[in-house]
Design a protein around this ligand. Structure first.
Ligand SMILES: Cc1cc2nc3c(=O)[nH]c(=O)nc-3n(C[C@H](O)[C@H](O)[C@H](O)COP(=O)(O)OP(=O)(O)OC[C@H]3O[C@@H](n4cnc5c(N)ncnc54)[C@H](O)[C@@H]3O)c2cc1C
Length: 469
């Protein structure tokens, strides 16, 4: 028999970035919160996404640095890779962060239920717990945050050499030859990691270019750098199937009768929302034809008091977007009047080498939207800190509104590619979201020598004067 429902101010289903941030933020606002997670707290991001993928990328960076140690006057023998240690290190980082969330939940008295949560009538949630028991809980409000899972493609069943991001992140060796199907952000991160660790990497992308949607100047830098790493980029090709071999590898067929023999295939064609176990049939929560839970701009579903956030809804699939949506929802629950998330101004970061970071429209997107713009760009080549780091590939590009006098006005987009740009975007992010003008931002001082001087210099150029170039 299911015991009578325990009542909470908020029940959150799904313990990834969208869900755990909602639970912790609500608890910090003194709400009485339950968090239902069927697997490990931290969700995709901590266990099978952002964090482990970046840990691998850092190993790749260390390998690169040691390879170039002699350029800095450090004599070291040629590095070799022990990926089992990399895997162990990544697992330790993940375990530490997952444990941290559990500790935060405990500290804030968030009650964590380990099981599959299903939505019932009147904001009840039935939890089929991992220990086999079932419990019913109820919330004055419910947030659905069950996230997403990797998309698959026909004729490529997971198993053996066919890996999605889930399996790649469990590897304890670097495959000798890797094909990445899909040249989006995640695919490019894996391609970059394995190429830097010595694998022969091919990217097969159906669209005319990798990293679709990026400003063309930024994409060109990544493509040039990938080619120097000997990554074979094939665009505009359709993958048709594969034939496994006895050695554990497979031959992938694509394009017009072409094929490639590899040891591992990384399927990286996006992620689909995962509403499968939420039991939404018969509730007022609607799911669209692509599987996304339908919400309005305040993340409200069709059921009163039931919200949805994160990868489950059709908004940018980024952990920090999930955080922003969870704050938006909790603020409504506690009676505040928050602004909807402005999805066209969220920060984007791609951690391949060279890194990419941007906010707002790129040049082509701005022009396609009919905006009258002024653009400036500066390369890292002349930046002193970049030279000191030995990382001079890349640029900063700023897209500003054109004023009636032809000068540059409000900053609309900031696009960067190069060393540590994911750590440098915050200035550009603030400028775009503060709706600051070029003249206002040009007043601000950047430390010297620093990589962020490039952002400052590019803004200054838009005032009509500058120091360099
Ligand atoms: C390889 C990779 C790299 C990435 N890198 C980045 C990055 O650098 N930066 C970035 O911002 N984003 C990155 N992402 C995307 C990011 O991981 C997701 O946007 C984010 O995890 C979405 O958070 P979420 O809470 O909506 O869903 P998820 O993180 O998917 O969490 C959902 C949780 O809900 C649980 N769940 C599902 N159904 C139920 C149920 N019925 N009952 C109970 N629990 C349930 C799942 O077990 C899961 O733990 C990356 C993703 C991948 C795969």
């Amino acid at each position: 028999m299911i015991p009578t429902a325990e009542q909470f101010d908020l029940v959150v289903v799904g313990g990834g970035p969208g869900g755990y941030s909602a639970a912790l933020y609500a608890a910090s606002a003194k709400l009485n919160v339950a968090l239902v997670e069927k697997d490990a707290l931290g969700g995709t991001c901590l266990n099978r996404g952002c964090i482990p993928a970046k840990a691998f990328l850092e190993t790749a960076a260390v390998h690169r640095h040691v390879q170039h140690a002699a350029d800095f006057g450090i004599e070291a023998s040629a590095p070799s890779v022990n990926f089992a240690v990399t895997q162990e290190r990544k697992q330790k980082i993940v375990a530490g962060l997952v444990g941290g969330i559990a500790a935060m939940c405990k500290g804030r008295k968030v009650e964590v239920f380990n099981g599959v949560g299903r939505l019932g009538p009147d904001r009840t949630v039935t939890v089929d717990q991992a220990d086999g028991s079932t419990v019913e809980i109820a919330g004055t409000n419910v947030i659905l945050a069950s996230g997403s899972v990797p998309r698959l493609i026909p004729n490529f069943e997971r198993g053996g050499p066919i890996l999605t991001s889930d399996e790649v992140l469990d590897l304890d060796h670097v495959p000798g030859r890797v094909t990445v199907i899909g040249g989006g952000a995640i695919g490019c991160e894996f391609a970059s990691t394995f190429a830097d660790l010595g694998a022969a990497v091919t990217i097969l992308e159906g669209l005319p270019k990798i990293l679709p949607g990026l400003d063309a100047d930024v994409t060109n830098v990544v493509v040039r750098s990938f080619k120097r790493k000997k990554i074979d980029i094939r665009t505009g090709v359709k993958v048709t199937g594969h034939t496994p071999n006895d050695a554990g590898g497979t031959t992938v067929s694509f394009g017009d009768g072409e094929s490639i023999e590899v040891d591992a295939v990384v399927i990286s064609v996006g992620r689909r929302p995962f509403a499968d176990e939420l039991g939404l049939d018969g509730t007022g929560v609607k799911v669209d034809e692509r599987g996304f839970v339908v919400v309005d701009e305040m993340c409200r579903t069709g059921e009163d008091g039931v919200f949805a956030v994160g990868d489950l809804i059709d908004t940018p699939q980024l952990a920090h977007v999930g955080y922003a949506e969870s704050v938006l929802v909790v603020k409504q629950i506690i009676g505040e009047d928050p602004m909807p998330v402005m999805y066209d101004r969220v920060p984007w970061a791609i951690y391949c080498h060279p890194e990419v970071a941007f906010v707002g429209p790129g040049e082509e997107a701005a022009l396609a939207a009919g905006l009258d713009v002024v653009v400036a760009k500066h390369p890292f080549k002349f930046n002193s800190r970049a030279q000191i780091l030995g990382e001079t590939d890349g640029l900063a590009k700023i897209i500003a509104e054109k004023r009636p006098d032809g000068g540059a006005g409000r900053i609309l987009g900031v696009h960067m590619v190069g060393p540590w740009v994911t750590e440098q975007l915050s200035g550009g992010y603030l400028a775009v979201n503060w709706e600051a003008t070029v003249d206002e931002v040009a007043e601000l001082i950047q430390p010297h020598p620093s990589l962020t001087e490039l952002f400052g210099e590019t803004v200054m150029t838009l005032t009509g004067r500058n120091f360099n170039g």
